[in-house]
Design a protein around this ligand. Structure first.
Ligand code: AMP
Length: 280
């Protein structure tokens, strides 16, 4: 596996590969890699001639300085996990290398960003689009893999690809969970032992709401989930939104054949956890 720390090194490797018509699959990450990331690596490895990943804690997508500073950094481990998963090239730049003196571009995503993470984390998606658009250009990837845990992010990235006219396939990948149902996340390692035992309730509550979906209205699903979280004092629910699976706009009543997803952000032990549940 080649470790590239500069754009120049990355470009020179990618140019050689593209000259021999290799297909390239990209998995962008912020490191602190876990089995959730690895499930994306397996896909990218299998579906492309070349598998490139990036490890970069992107400062411009954090609107909370403390969250950025506390974000776990485990480079040695990350390199090992990538190697084990057959990664060909990993790009590990500094913020200076990525942004230098260049102006940060401002992206707008209309109603896609006027819900959920877009409201709670102003500027977050513009920051994500800044790094991901650069990675798409530098890696010349044919496909890029993203986890459905960050459901809204996938819609935003598809829209960024449309705005920029990039020729790249965005591949959404299912959430990988620990055995007890908790969606794996780099932030999970910040949970205390006690909090870690409570955290799987997030998925359990959502799953219970899913099992009752045919007997409940959308409002009742909403109320059920909110009530269940109120019963567990350790949780502070930030949002639970039941939305159209493409437009991400809140749904009050389901139309025929409409795809619907519930997206949640919840605080536990000072850690912000997100998850989703598809209903239809
Ligand atoms: P991150 O390093 O948290 O920015 O995540 C990098 C990519 O891995 C994103 O596309 C995430 O959605 C994805 N990812 C993170 N955790 C999981 C998980 N538990 N299951 C599937 N994909 C995940």
């Amino acid at each position: 596996m080649k470790i590239c720390r500069t754009v120049e090194e990355l470009l020179s490797n990618v140019n050689t590969l593209k000259q021999s018509n290799k297909t390239i699959g990209l998995v962008p990450t912020m490191g602190a890699l876990h089995n959730g990331h690895a499930s994306l690596f397996v896909r990218a490895r299998k579906e492309n001639d070349v598998f490139i990943s990036s490890v970069f804690v992107n400062p411009v997508q954090f609107n909370n300085k403390e969250d950025f500073e506390k974000y776990p950094r485990t480079e040695e481990n990350d390199i090992r996990l990538l190697e084990e998963n057959g990664c060909d090239i990993v790009f590990i730049p500094t913020a200076e290398e990525v942004y230098g003196n260049e102006e940060i571009e401002e992206f707008h995503f209309g109603e896609l960003e006027q819900v959920m993470e877009g409201i709670q984390r102003p500027g977050h998606f513009s920051g994500v689009a800044n790094i991901v658009s650069r990675l798409f250009i530098w890696t010349m990837a044919d496909r890029a893999y993203f986890g459905e845990k960050d459901y809204q992010q996938i819609a935003i990235i598809k829209d960024m690809v449309r705005q920029k006219g990039f020729n790249i396939e965005i591949v959404p990948c299912p959430i990988y969970r620990d055995e007890d149902g908790l969606a794996t996340s780099s932030r999970n390692m910040r949970l205390s032992e006690d909090a870690r035992k409570i955290a799987p309730k997030i998925h359990q509550i959502l799953l219970n709401s899913f099992r009752q979906k045919d007997n409940l209205s959308i409002n009742q699903i909403q109320a059920y989930v909110e009530d269940e979280f109120k019963k567990i004092k350790e949780f502070e629910l930030e949002y639970f939104c039941i939305v159209d699976d493409t437009t991400l706009q809140p749904v009050k009543q389901r139309q025929i054949n409409q795809g619907i997803v519930g997206c949640i952000a919840v605080w536990l032990d000072g850690v912000r956890l997100i998850d989703i549940q598809r209903y239809w």
